[in-house]
Design a protein around this ligand. Sequence first.
Ligand code: HEM
Length: 372
Amino acid sequence: MGIPDQGRMGYWAIVRYEDVRRISRDPETFCSGQGTQFADAPPEFLEASMSFLAMDAPRHTKLRGLVSSAFTPRQVARIEEGIRVNAQRIVAEAAPSGGGDFVELIAKRLPLVTISDMIGVPDADRERVVAAADLLVTTSDPEAFGDRQPIEVVGEALWTLTTFATELAAHRQKSPADDLMTALVQAEVDGERLTHAEIAAFFVLLSVAGNDTTRHTTSHAMRALSLNPDQRALLIEDLDERLPAAVEEFVRWASPVMSFRRTTTREVELHGQRLPAGEKVVLFYHSGNRDEQAFEDPWRFDVRRDPNRHLGFGGGGPHYCLGASLARTQLRSIFGELLRVIPDIEAQEPELLRSAFIHGIKRMDCAFRPRA
Ligand code: HEM
């Protein structure tokens, strides 16, 4: 059904697992270049913040290709040890506290250091960068903008990120390092260097995509483990062996990215419905992840679920999450450490982000026996 969207064109809600997969894998009919959210954002906003997420082939393929080698399972395996050491430090620092806000104490921290290390963001700037990146996806929550206009807050956050990215790029041009920003300033597409605006958009996309998603998955998984002590016990019983499957269930359960949009490039038929060209089609990943035709008892949190080919990272196709290996590695590292060092940690009722895009947890109290 088409639902009115701010007085403009409505959208088609794709809520079944198989349909989300089919549409994700047919970019010629369902494109990304005309927007990835329900509402039509101004083209300048898309360009400044979405980079290749809101592009189609061939440009998408080329730009994604510039950074994709840093995210392959093999490359992520190379940095896994560093991620594990960071996870150990984060849990060790939290252990004496006996509790607090789980998001600040644990969930937020590993994604922040991981993606900042990869891009090459200096320590002193990390919190500021992440705070600005957060604002871009939280403006539907009144807490994010207080008494200001959302557009003003988003504009300011984008400005902070693009200025920062441009300064970092200039610095890396002079003093190259082994990081993604250096790779971007040295990269060429069709014989041309990327513009400052293109580099900044890359930076915004990676900062947003690399932080929120993994953070919220960590929080939702912690809450689910607290509500399902049998599942926690099962996991702890054979932690190393069961963690990889559990992480898939964490992502399915959390579905931190709830939707992305496509636009039809031609007339197409879906379940007997005719969709003209130019229609908005919204993929609801969290709905597909609860589809009883695809998952047995989908509302059961089951750390040993098998098979578990969820849609948390998308339905496949060219836009499939670039950071999937990185996210999995971080989730294994943080929960491996957390459940080994403070297995009694209990999370309380979460405070949810108000959003139709990100299934996020703003705050969530947790408690455990303090360790020296
Ligand atoms: C649990 C954590 C994560 C989840 C659930 C998640 C989910 C998603 C989803 C649903 C998409 C869109 C897929 C599609 O349209 O087919 C996506 C795309 C993307 N993700 Fe992730 N993501 C996660 C972590 C990360 C991390 C750590 C990074 C690292 C930078 C990352 C980078 C990206 C990028 C760059 C794209 C755009 C890919 C493209 O358009 O080609 N993600 N992600």
